[in-house]
Design a protein around this ligand. Structure first.
Ligand SMILES: Cc1cc2nc3c(=O)[nH]c(=O)nc-3n(C[C@H](O)[C@H](O)[C@H](O)COP(=O)(O)OP(=O)(O)OC[C@H]3O[C@@H](n4cnc5c(N)ncnc54)[C@H](O)[C@@H]3O)c2cc1C
Length: 428
């Protein structure tokens, strides 16, 4: 079984449930491949509806991005402005998707409460720092457009954002009450326990190696055994391989890094994120940061984009931390790790019906704590036909030049950094 990366989350999460490998052939109504938030939430909701569900993961619950992310429960479910979502998806699916983004945050905290998941959940709100005139416009529009939809979001002037989060680095800000933080691996393990408590069976160290038709249903094979089922849910996101033809080509995995300090001393702690908000930025290449329960400063972002290892590569992200909070100079950095979120063509998540009884949900563009949780519910609802569809079900949507994705990512990072620098200089 692939080892869990050595992260702050792995060091501090409560142990997960027992998930032994699948050793002999089994039958279920639904087989779910991937035990991250998408797969576990789908399994939980399908099992709660009385279906026999069997989950397979190559590692263990939370082994992928779900156990490695920054733990920010981001409001809205995507980085786009509401009006841009409606322009991209049209009035019907656009408005439904805004509902998706909205409900996804609530669902995370509802599940945590309902199943008593111990994951350091906190909902102090989300703050977005903005650079220059462009950042200001975005923050103003976010606050205006979400407030017009009845959500608690407000624009912050430079002094207000500094007072709220403790850095004077931003020219403007935005506060959105819907956001919060969780210990992401603890949340994933808690979802696994919840799914099991509803009757789902979860197997770790059980990579699915092939899917084939079996009578009216399907057979999912692992190295040692196979599962006969009516329906298959693929929930492999940035770790999607060649299991289903063409699925890998619908997303581009992009490495993301997180690094965490030792608990901050009493002289520094009160000056950094005093309200414990989840914070991110309006720039093209962003960092996002928060504190944990013990007062560790945790910051994530993009580093170099070649030869990424599971340990990540933190210098750029740590430099950004010091630019934001110079008082962190000399603080010990205890952990660093990396993972592979999945990007889609239009930066919006995807729900695919790939064949009769075969579904996939993926592509959260780095904002999956909330979105993947609700995608699991949407996948279950699509199969059961019992929920209001908030994401359009598609057959496929591949990147045209997927094999050249590394060049595309490099170009995006390079131009993104340059344009961000110009924006910031324009702001000075
Ligand atoms: C460093 C980092 C920071 C992030 N920060 C945030 C954040 O602060 N807020 C936020 O909202 N989002 C964040 N994200 C994104 C978020 O973590 C993901 O969008 C979300 O976890 C996706 O969940 P998932 O269940 O779809 O996929 P994953 O959690 O990646 O799960 C996929 C699973 O599929 C399994 N798998 C793959 N192939 C097979 C196979 N053949 N057989 C069996 N199992 C298989 C893998 O083992 C893995 O466990 C971050 C991501 C990273 C990497």
């Amino acid at each position: 079984m692939p080892a869990m990366p050595d992260s702050l989350w792995a060091a501090t999460a409560p142990p997960g449930p027992e998930t032994p490998p699948l050793e002999s052939d089994a039958a279920a109504d639904m087989a779910v491949v991937g035990a991250g938030y998408t797969g576990l939430s789908a399994a939980l909701h399908l099992a709660r509806a009385g279906r026999r569900v069997l989950v397979l993961d190559a590692g263990e619950p939370g082994w992928g991005c779900s156990g490695r992310n920054g733990g920010q429960v981001n409001p809205g479910g995507m980085k786009m402005l509401p009006d841009d979502v409606v322009a991209a998806l049209g009035p019907v699916w656009g408005e439904r998707f805004l509902e998706f983004g909205d409900r996804s945050c609530d669902l995370v905290f509802e599940l945590i409460e309902r199943y008593g998941i111990e994951c350091e959940a906190l909902r102090p709100g989300y703050v977005q720092g903005g650079y220059g005139a462009k950042g200001r416009r975005f923050n103003e529009e976010w606050a205006r457009q979400w407030a017009a939809r009845g959500r608690e979001a407000r624009f912050l002037e430079r002094d207000e954002v500094a007072a709220l989060i403790g850095t004077r680095r931003y020219d403007s800000g935005m506060y959105d009450a819907r956001g919060g933080n969780v210990q992401p691996l603890a949340y994933a393990r808690g979802l696994a326990r919840a799914a099991i408590s509803e009757g789902a069976v979860v197997h770790g160290a059980s990579a699915a190696t092939a899917i084939s038709r079996d009578g009216a249903g399907w057979s999912v094979r692992t190295e040692r055994a196979s599962v006969r089922c009516e329906c298959v849910v693929l929930a492999t996101n940035g770790y999607t391989g060649g299991l289903w033809p063409g699925l890998r080509e619908t997303v581009v995995p992009v490495a993301s890094f997180v690094t965490a300090t030792a608990p901050l001393g009493h002289n520094v702690l009160p000056t950094v994120l005093p309200g414990r908000h989840a914070v991110s930025e309006t720039a093209r290449i962003i960092v996002y940061y928060r504190l944990d329960r013990h007062g560790r400063f945790i910051i994530g972002g993009r580093g170099p984009w070649f030869e990424v290892t599971d340990r990540g590569d933190a210098p750029q992200v740590r430099a950004a931390a010091l630019a934001l909070f110079p008082q962190l100079e000399g603080v010990e950095w205890e952990y660093q790790w990396a993972g592979w979120p999945a990007i889609t063509r239009d930066h919006l998540p995807r729900l695919f019906a790939l064949d009769r009884g075969v579904y996939a949900g993926l592509g959260y563009n780095g904002r999956g704590v909330a979105s993947a949780t609700l995608m699991g519910r949407q996948l279950a609802g699509t199969i059961l036909g019992d929920c209001e569809p908030l994401v359009e079900v598609r057959a496929s949507d591949r990147f045209t030049f997927h094999r050249f994705r590394q060049i595309g990512i490099s170009y995006h990072m390079l131009t993104g950094r340059l344009l961000d620098r110009l924006d910031r200089r324009g702001a000075a």
